[in-house]
Design a binder for this molecule. Structure first.
Ligand SMILES: [Zn+2]
Length: 137
């Protein structure tokens, strides 16, 4: 971001907003200059007169965009962090898929659970696959 508009103020948020990235302009009252606005638009960041930010969830998107836009290399640390996150997500999807298949193929053997079901019903769990269901009275 700073490479496109060096005058932009790009900082981490304070306190609990630490993971957020705050972006402010260099004009009077922190307003964005023409050049700064262009840089933000290039990144597809919407902004108000003097402020915009990037949430923790959006960060990766903008980092990857910056890498592409500026033709630079992804910092090694980030590259590894993102790779770890991708692997974790893949593993979670794989497990969820496995669980779904196990439930699908299972010849369920239900036991009654001691839950009170609102308004009136009974909860069951399969002892083989862990699938739970509720039957209303
Ligand atoms: Zn089952």
């Amino acid at each position: 971001m700073k490479k496109l508009a060096p005058t932009l103020s790009v900082r981490r948020g304070r306190g609990t907003a630490y993971a957020w990235i705050d972006i402010r302009g260099s004009g009077e009252f922190g307003e964005f200059t023409e050049e700064e606005r262009k840089a933000l638009e290039k990144f597809g960041l919407s902004y108000c007169r003097n402020h915009t930010n990037i949430s923790p969830d959006e960060r990766r998107y903008y980092v990857e965009k910056a890498v592409k836009l500026l033709g630079i290399k992804m910092p090694r640390e980030l590259e590894e962090e993102y790779r770890r996150i991708d692997e974790m997500k893949k593993e979670m999807r794989r497990r969820e898929e496995e669980r779904r298949k196990r439930i699908e193929k299972c010849q369920h053997v239900f036991i009654k659970l001691p839950y009170i079901v609102f308004p009136r019903g009974t909860a069951y769990r399969c002892v083989k696959c862990g699938y739970e269901k509720i039957e209303l009275d």
